[in-house]
Design a binder for this molecule. Structure first.
Ligand code: HEC
Length: 157
């Protein structure tokens, strides 16, 4: 090997060593990330999920929708329950059934978006519009119950 090549090789090796040690230093000074960033359903079955996430807010919202709230607290409670159902519908997207997945996703998205409409209307204290969106949301809930639950749990607005 020529002398020039040997020097070149030595230079490359030491540069590589410096680069590696810098890499090592930065990674060593960063905290170790252990969080699992993927959405992952909590280990409960569909029955317990619907009962735990959907039943309470649905029952409260049903009462709230009987007449227009008279104070800010009433509107806030109404929006809160609509939000739980809307975001709960988002969570259905990571609880796919064994078959007919596209239908499941379609009902979940429709339910979520109708829930968002309730909130939007309630934010403007428009009771008629929020009730209309609520009735629509329940149609999407029921469409899923009809198909995936053989028509059980048909909910009344
Ligand atoms: C994508 C499908 C899907 C959507 C959308 C959906 N559900 Fe359900 N729901 C189910 C299934 C499946 C069950 C039956 C669970 C079981 O008992 O195995 C169920 C059951 C229920 C029950 C009965 C729980 C119990 O105690 O037995 C309630 C209440 C309920 N859903 C409320 C709602 C409401 C309110 C919405 C809309 C905001 C909704 N669901 C939207 C799939 C859905």
């Amino acid at each position: 090997m020529k002398r020039r090549n040997v020097i070149g090789l030595a230079l490359c090796t030491s540069l590589a060593a410096v680069w590696f040690s810098l890499q090592f230093q930065t990674s060593a000074s960063e905290p170790t990330v252990v969080a699992d960033e993927e959405m992952k359903p909590v280990d409960v079955n569909m029955h317990d999920f619907m009962e735990g996430m959907f039943q309470g807010p649905y029952r409260r919202l049903k009462v709230a929708m009987e007449k227009e709230p008279t104070d800010p607290q009433g509107w806030k409670a109404l929006r809160s329950d609509a939000l739980i159902l809307a975001e709960g519908s988002n969570l259905l997207l990571i609880r796919k059934p064994e078959k007919d997945v596209p239908d499941w996703l379609k009902y979940s998205v429709a339910s979520r978006d109708a829930g968002a409409e309730i909130i939007k209307a309630a934010k403007q204290k428009n009771f008629a519009a929020s009730k209309e969106a609520y009735v629509q949301m329940l149609e999407h809930c029921n469409a899923c119950h009809k198909q995936f639950e053989n028509g059980k749990h048909i909910l009344k607005p």
